[in-house]
Design a binder for this molecule. Structure first.
Ligand SMILES: C[S@@+](CC[C@H](N)C(=O)[O-])C[C@H]1O[C@@H](n2cnc3c(N)ncnc32)[C@H](O)[C@@H]1O
Length: 270
């Protein structure tokens, strides 16, 4: 077996390993919610104690969250097959592998240490750019303009780790430079931030969500319009239909958990 790769990441960056592991665990099941051979390959090649996440309910939640974001991106690509998806804080996400239609373009952005790790597993192509930088710094927008519109911006499990002013600045760049573009990102309510120290997942990671948002429509003051907002327990009908029956049956119980109710996945337009 070849030598495993060392993981050297900052605290917010390390959180990428939870959704990665969630997808790998899911993919290994007999009846998985989604297939993700690449996530399995990456997990197997990293020198990291993934076993500490075993049994954590956040793993399935992260998979479901990814599928809901996939649902919005798929809808966009259905209407605009040659458009560009901009994946902010891509981590080790395999969304391009899951949704590529052979014609779309993809721009992946993440902090330098995260992008360095990502580049060990994914390669840029004519249709796929990989950019190192912070979403709060306008430098990455030039790389987006090199790809054809229209654009879909997605930041899954990223902005809660970025200070609120930085998020407002980042949304401002998108609003001013790509008006009329859909932007999908998640928000965590105050109750979730209060509870987070008690989360099993949070005990395993030092990064914390930095700003509460009880009502995503509050963010319309940033120049956004809210088009859709749902919890991980409320996937779009098409996403729900693709879930294994046993998992679908658990959604209504999941919907009652306070950390699920106050954590929202949102689709806005600028
Ligand atoms: C929980 S992970 C999510 C990764 C990926 N979106 C996924 O769903 O698998 C959070 C990601 O946000 C990235 N991130 C944190 N702050 C960032 C910033 N200022 N600019 C860009 N990415 C950032 C981290 O490096 C990390 O990859």
């Amino acid at each position: 077996m070849s030598e495993r790769r060392e993981v050297k990441l900052g605290p917010a960056q390390e959180t990428m390993l939870i959704p990665l592991y969630g997808r790998a665990v899911e993919a290994r099941k007999e009846q998985p919610m989604l297939s993700d051979a690449k996530a399995v390959e990456i997990v197997d090649s990293l020198d990291y104690d993934f076993a500490k996440f075993d049994g954590n309910r956040s793993l399935a939640g992260a998979v479901l969250r990814g599928m809901i974001f996939d649902g919005w991106v798929s809808e966009f690509l259905g209407e605009h097959p040659g458009g560009t998806v901009v994946e902010i804080g891509a981590g080790l996400n395999t969304r391009f592998e899951r949704l590529d239609n052979g014609a779309c373009h993809w721009v992946e952005l993440d902090l330098p240490d995260s992008m360095e790790l990502r580049r060990q597993f994914f390669e840029p192509t004519d249709r796929r750019a990989m950019v190192a930088g912070s979403v709060t710094d306008a430098d990455w927008l030039g790389a987006v303009r090199e790809h054809p519109g229209p654009y879909f911006f997605v930041a899954e499990a990223v902005l809660p780790y970025v200070p609120r002013e930085g998020c407002e600045a980042a949304i401002g760049f998108i609003r001013d430079q790509f008006p009329g573009s859909p932007v999908a990102f998640d928000t965590a309510g105050a109750a979730m931030l209060d509870r987070i120290d008690n989360h099993n997942e949070a005990k395993l990671m030092s990064a914390r969500f930095l700003w509460p948002c009880n009502d995503p429509s509050e963010l319309e003051s940033w120049g956004l319009r809210l088009l859709d907002s749902r919890t991980v327990a409320e996937p779009q009908p098409a996403v729900q239909a693709a879930l294994p029956l046993a998992f679908r049956a658990q959604l209504s119980a999941l919907a009652l958990a306070p950390q699920v109710r106050t954590y929202r996945l949102n689709l806005f337009t600028t």
